[in-house]
Design a protein around this ligand. Structure first.
Ligand SMILES: Cc1ncc(COP(=O)(O)O)c(C=O)c1O
Length: 375
């Protein structure tokens, strides 16, 4: 095996990067990337050029793969998203964006003339995906709390009743953690007698929260979703961006068929796909188990609630949605933004209480915020 012979100058550069990342990790309170994991049991698999090219449910000539583990991961996610037994398909993606792209691709193949409806609070990447696919689309107003404005949706759908809708629902918006209510969306479609529609659920963060709470908002296959995308590196945690996308099998079969026609069963968006990501997701699911996941989510929600109270006690107008780890407040002053890794948008900022965000970090953040507000 070829051994590395990095120069001492280059070695120092790596040491410098390592030290910088170590220092920054406990400052990340604004982005939903769990930093609390241990994959040392998987390091030895970095010895191989493994690749999950192609459909995880079909054989492939490239046998250095982890598709058996990928299928187990998908089965777990199918259970968590209440996918119809034996009637779903999916794969491990490179992240939430690819999963959303896949859901919108399936929808567009089903309804080539369809119009996609998404709210103002939708992740910025979705408009780009729709542009790439040349899918007609209309932005729907958002309510102040970040949910889709259902009246605006109803009115807009009514005007375009003759065109099949592709509904892009946020299951936890990026800034406010708001969940678009699938039951309300389905009721509007029923009211308008629209039978042909595709609902894609972007559950990047909350797809790994809502399966573990007592009273989840309607969000999953059982509530009417046709496809769901969840990020792996967010709540579950991974050092390499990854995710899972699932869709009703009948919808996917149409795509598979159309591609078989040109000679390949190429059902995924990317050709070469990470074989390491399914191992990481599998390792997290197996080491935590369902009870461990539930406890992890419960802990985050509890600390998020304490964070709201702590910030409010300091005179900061903080709030959060039910079942959300995202704590919203007015955009923090500059010194707070410089010390902490925070994602601002216009006049608001947020703290996302992930598993690595401890009470000590929350207290320090609240104290810094309060001090920076002093005249
Ligand atoms: C609601 C939502 N959707 C999609 C994405 C994109 O996910 P990813 O970064 O995994 O591609 C994000 C990322 O923050 C998000 O918040």
């Amino acid at each position: 095996m070829t051994r590395s012979n990095l120069s001492s100058a280059d070695q120092q550069r790596l040491d410098g990067l390592y030290a910088r990342l170590l220092a920054l990790r406990p400052r990340n309170v604004g982005y939903p990337t769990n930093q609390d994991f241990d994959f040392s049991e998987l390091f030895r698999f970095l010895e191989f050029s493994i690749n999950n090219v192609g459909d995880p449910f079909h054989s492939t000539n490239y046998r250095l793969n982890t598709m058996e583990f990928e299928r187990e991961v998908l089965e777990d996610f199918a259970r968590l998203t209440r996918a119809p037994e034996g009637e779903w398909w999916g794969y491990v993606t490179g992240g939430g964006t690819e999963g959303n792209m896949y859901g919108l691709y399936v929808a567009r193949e089903l309804f080539p003339e369809g119009i996609c409806y998404f709210s103002e609070d939708t992740h910025y990447s979705v408009a780009k995906v729709l542009r790439l696919q040349h899918t007609r689309n209309i932005m729907i107003k958002s309510q102040a709390d970040g949910q889709m404005d259902y009246d605006d949706l109803r009115e807009t759908l009514r005007i375009h009743r003759d065109v099949p809708p592709i509904l892009f629902a946020n299951i936890g918006t990026t800034m406010k953690g708001a969940v678009d209510d699938l039951a309300k969306i389905r009721a509007i479609l029923d009211d308008l007698a629209i039978a042909n529609a595709h609902i894609h659920a972007d559950a990047a963060l909350s797809g790994m929260i809502l399966p573990f709470v007592e009273e989840p908002q309607p969000w999953c296959f059982a509530d009417g979703a046709d496809s769901i995308s969840i990020s792996g590196h967010k709540m579950l945690g991974a050092p390499i961006p990854c995710g899972v996308v699932l869709a009703r099998k009948t919808h996917v079969d149409r795509i598979a068929r159309s591609i078989e026609y040109i000679g390949a069963l190429d059902t995924t968006i990317a050709g070469s796909r990470s074989a390491f990501s399914p191992l990481m997701l599998w390792h997290r699911l197996r080491t935590l188990g369902e009870e461990g996941l539930r406890a992890m989510v419960r802990g985050c929600l509890e600390r998020a609630e304490i964070a709201v109270r702590l910030l409010r006690a300091c005179g900061i107008d903080a709030w959060r949605h039910e079942n959300s780890v995202t704590v919203i407040f007015p955009r923090p002053p500059k010194p707070v933004m410089e010390k902490w890794i925070i994602a601002p948008r216009k006049d608001i900022g947020h703290l996302i209480v992930m598993p690595h965000v401890t009470m000590a970090m929350i207290e320090e953040f609240a104290a810094d915020f309060a001090a920076a507000m002093q005249p």
